[in-house]
Design a protein around this ligand. Structure first.
Ligand SMILES: Nc1ncnc2c1ncn2[C@@H]1O[C@H](COP(=O)(O)OP(=O)(O)OP(=O)(O)O)[C@@H](O)[C@H]1O
Ligand SMILES: [Mg+2]
Length: 164
């Protein structure tokens, strides 16, 4: 299943993140793919908004993992935001506790997830952001149809074009 939406501004990218956030629940893992400066962190901030996360969500570029407390329909949930750009080996992911975040009480957003591709849960959703700089972005949601078709039904598809 692929859905493709477009974003002309950083605010729109955050808004798409917020819309996705409204579809997520504990246990979900979202892999954020895109070039440097594509807007992965901006998208993650939008998810945080949907979860009513307090305080600014900053890039975990240097710290690797940031954890926030959020809410989904009044129930507390951890929002774990990672950036694995600086990892060189999948084993390092184990050391920093990446898999601890794959729990039912947490939603996990992973920038630069490629290095742990083999450890990602099968039901992960991939969000790929194409474009960078001042270019408009294309944002593609890609996940297993049986899980995600239904889960993403509340995204405003009149704005989104289903491509496959
Ligand atoms: N349509 C757009 N969507 C998202 N960001 C945009 C857009 N247009 C311009 N920008 C700019 O692109 C930058 C995106 O930065 P962001 O930190 O979110 O990228 P990133 O993908 O997380 O990069 P990195 O791989 O370095 O972590 C911001 O400076 C933002 O203002
Ligand atoms: Mg980032």
């Amino acid at each position: 299943m692929d859905y493709r939406v477009t974003s002309a501004t950083v605010e729109q990218t955050r808004e798409w993140g917020k819309q996705l956030g409204g579809c997520l629940r504990g246990g979900d893992v979202v892999a954020l793919i895109g070039d440097l400066g594509a807007g992965k962190t901006a998208f993650a901030q939008g998810v945080g908004e949907a979860f009513c996360v307090k305080g600014p969500m900053t890039s975990p570029t240097f710290t690797l993992i940031h954890e926030y407390l959020g809410q989904i329909k009044g129930t507390e949930v951890r929002l774990v935001h990672m950036d694995l750009y600086r990892l060189n080996h999948p084993e390092e992911a184990e050391v920093i506790g990446v898999e601890d975040a794959f729990q039912e009480d947490a939603v996990c957003l992973i920038e630069w997830p490629q290095i742990i591709e083999d450890f990602l849960p099968e039901d992960r959703l991939i969000v790929e952001i194409l474009g960078s700089g001042e270019q408009p972005r294309e944002i593609i949601f890609r996940g297993d149809e049986r899980t995600w078709e239904q889960r993403l039904k509340n995204i405003e598809y009149e704005k989104a074009r289903r491509i496959r």
